[in-house]
Ligand binder design. Structure first.
Ligand SMILES: C[S@@+](CC[C@H](N)C(=O)[O-])C[C@H]1O[C@@H](n2cnc3c(N)ncnc32)[C@H](O)[C@@H]1O
Length: 349
């Protein structure tokens, strides 16, 4: 029997606690629902745009009372401006959600697979390993996606949205003018490679290496990159073998894996690469990014620990991983944009 805790919180602090602890979840949930229903698009595409929730409900064939109550709650939290007659006007926040890339990112960040994983977060904190597979009934995140093509498509759309936004900056930061063959490991839709091929005509071959089902699921989509003769897709497993290339990109890959697994990926590359090959790890370096990144990256760290036993890392933690491989860190390139990633450049020792 635990000793009785005699602490009695002050009423005023309980109110503060309620606002802090509960409201953000409901904001997230309501934003996710209106993103899924395409509500903000119906208002319009300028800051002056406004429309009544009744008209939006009629256009979308959804319930006007439930929609009003959802939009009213969001307006009270600064997401819309509410005007008389159930009319809602955009703020910068709601207008931003009308951008399809922001909608896709929102749906990925609040996907069923991510949200369901959090059912077992407290169990993960107890055990020190992700208990999300128990919540999913799958062996791991990639198995969960493999079993659910709809969720995999939503995840891919979200990653594509983020990668499309940041690729021009990363392609410039990485300077790819001196590499003939570039292989993007876990390159998904080939967005980053498309941008590299656009910025660097000297790159002769861009190989997108990913799991077979990723390419299978995107078959039938009209992707311009697949018509580029300098681009190819190579299905495979980066724990087994990878193609030979002058430069390997690992963008948002190592943060999905434990230190041990991350070393295995780097060791697979070391077995196939040339003595002069380089590796570009595109990841947030927690203590070496732009000021103001930390809360955002720490949120991603919680997501990663739960969905895949992964983590966002500090400079020292990256040094720890690379130290156990044939590679060494040559330099770390720093982004200037908020919520953008560093590039850790590796060469063979
Ligand atoms: C977080 S996503 C990153 C996608 C892309 N690099 C980006 O930044 O938009 C991780 C990618 O790694 C791929 N992946 C996971 N396990 C893999 C494996 N064993 N071999 C090859 N690719 C793998 C996934 O299919 C997915 O496309």
């Amino acid at each position: 029997m635990e000793p009785e805790n005699k602490y009695k919180a002050v009423y005023e602090n309980i109110v503060k606690f309620q606002d802090f602890a509960y409201i953000p979840f409901y904001i997230t949930t309501c934003v996710n629902s209106i993103a899924r229903l395409r509500v903000t698009e119906k208002i319009g595409a300028t800051l002056e745009s406004k429309k009544s929730s009744d008209d939006i409900a009629a256009e979308l064939h959804i319930n006007p009372d439930y929609l009003y109550r959802t939009m009213h709650f969001l307006a009270l939290n600064g997401f819309f401006v509410e005007l008389p007659g159930n009319v809602f006007q955009h703020t910068q926040l709601s207008l931003t959600l009308t951008d399809p890339s922001v909608r896709d990112e929102t749906l990925m960040m609040n996907s069923n697979i991510f949200n369901r994983s959090f059912e077992t977060l407290s169990e993960s904190i107890v055990s020190g390993v992700s208990m999300a597979p128990k919540a999913w009934g799958a062996t791991d995140l990639w198995d969960a996606f493999g079993k659910d093509p709809k969720e995999e498509t939503e995840f891919t759309l979200g990653m594509t949205a983020i990668t499309t936004r940041t690729s021009p900056v990363l392609a410039e930061l990485g300077n790819y003018s001196n590499y003939e063959t570039i292989c993007d490991l876990g390159g998904s839709q080939g967005i980053l490679l498309a941008e590299i091929l656009r910025q660097y005509p000297s790159v002769k071959s861009a190989i997108n290496f990913d799991q077979a089902y990723v390419f299978e699921n995107s078959k039938g989509q009209d992707r311009a990159i697949t018509k580029n003769p300098r681009y190819s897709e190579h299905p495979g497993n980066f724990f087994e073998s990878v193609p030979t290339a002058d430069l390997y990109i690992l963008k948002s890959i190592l943060h999905d894996w434990t230190d041990e697994k991350s070393r295995l990926i780097l060791n697979t590359i070391a077995k196939s690469c040339k003595p002069t090959s380089k590796v570009h790890i595109m990841e947030y370096v927690m203590d070496d990014g732009p000021k103001g990144n930390e809360a955002y990256v720490s949120m991603l760290d919680i997501l990663l620990l739960q969905v895949c036993d992964g983590k966002e890392r500090t400079k020292k933690q990256f040094e720890g991983i690379v130290g156990g491989t044939p590679f060494t860190i040559e330099t770390i390139l720093k982004p200037t944009l908020l919520h953008s990633q560093n590039i850790i450049v590796l060469k063979l020792k």
